[in-house]
Write a protein that binds this ligand. Structure first.
Ligand code: SAM
Length: 293
């Protein structure tokens, strides 16, 4: 049973503090700095019946750091179908489990989304234990517009698919976020320059790690830099959205006289045509009147 109690520091807020049976917990883990694990995440990892981990060796290091011993099963891209069914069966039978990815928030660019879908279909409750996510860390570090953004994950390694995906976001005015592996970075920047044109980009590397770095530059300069300097470590690329189309008006290249003539020749009264020209141009009608004199 889940019980709810008031907790220190969250006066008046009620939070779940016991692990529920038959439930899956999506536990976010550090993306570099182990101190970024939250107390609640550590508590859930310590109290669930078992942990489903994308890379059990990696998670074992985290558990040693936390002093936790817990049975683990591997759950990754190539066994997610059968293993997902097995996990759901155990949850049905009354167990509780935590899902952790290699790093960061499970179900963001990793097979976690399939397990959540399976649980949802089976009527199993899923809880989120929030924490680090490389995409959000990078967006906030980028110095670019954060009000609206589109998370694009990894681009396909297939040339045609990459081009197609980039074409599809070319006109998007939202900030774009991509994950990329270091050995694909130069190729990716080349094709981004080709399709998106030269734009501002923030390359966020090794976030929360010793060699953490944010390079705020343009796509062409980033390409030049990483052609000469081998990219190392994990990267998130945050790219400025497309510039809004500049609104054009039919009178932009007309003189005031031509603009007036346009309405007058259509049969408008002289004063009405003057008013219309003034309102089109966002100025007072006396200004237009004086110019026509
Ligand atoms: N679920 C994870 C999350 O919440 O961020 C992402 C998993 S995805 C398989 C791994 C990718 O995330 C890496 O290739 C890199 O693009 C990005 N990434 C993970 N950790 C990072 C870090 N410390 N610095 C920069 N990028 C990172």
């Amino acid at each position: 049973m889940n019980t709810y109690t008031k907790t220190d520091g969250l006066e008046g807020k009620k939070i779940a503090n016991e692990i529920k049976k038959n439930s899956l917990y999506l536990v976010s883990t550090p993306i570099g700095n182990l101190s970024d694990i939250s107390p609640r995440a550590a508590k859930v990892l310590a109290e669930v019946d078992f942990i489903a981990a994308e890379d059990t060796r990696n998670t074992a290091k985290l558990l040693i750091h936390l002093g936790i011993k817990k049975p683990m099963v591997s759950y990754y891209e190539h066994n997610k179908r059968e293993r997902g069914q097995e996990i759901v069966k155990r949850l049905f039978q009354g167990q509780s489990a935590a899902l952790v990815s290699d790093a960061g928030t499970p179900a963001i660019s990793d097979p976690g989304e399939d397990l959540v879908k399976l649980c949802a279909e089976a009527g199993i409750e899923v809880f989120s234990i929030p924490g680090p996510c490389a995409a959000i860390c990078a967006l906030t570090l980028s110095g670019l517009f954060t009000g609206r953004f589109s998370f694009e994950g990894f681009l396909s390694t297939g040339k045609a698919e990459r081009l197609e995906r980039l074409q599809s976001v070319k006109e998007d005015e939202r900030t774009l976020i991509f994950y990329e592996a270091p050995h694909h970075l130069v190729k990716t920047l080349q094709v981004m320059l080709e399709v998106l044109g030269d734009r501002k980009i923030s390359l966020c590397r090794e976030i929360t790690k010793i060699n953490e770095e944010v390079r705020r530059t343009t796509i062409s300069q980033a390409l030049e830099y990483y052609t000469d300097n081998q990219p190392k470590g994990e990267f998130v690329l945050v790219i400025e959205g497309a510039s809004p189309e500049k609104k054009t008006n039919f009178w932009d290249n007309m003189s005031v006289e031509q603009h007036f003539e346009h309405y007058f020749s259509q049969g408008m009264e002289r004063m009405d045509a003057i008013k219309k020209v003034a309102s089109d141009r966002g100025v007072g009608k006396s200004t237009i009147y004086k110019q026509l004199l």
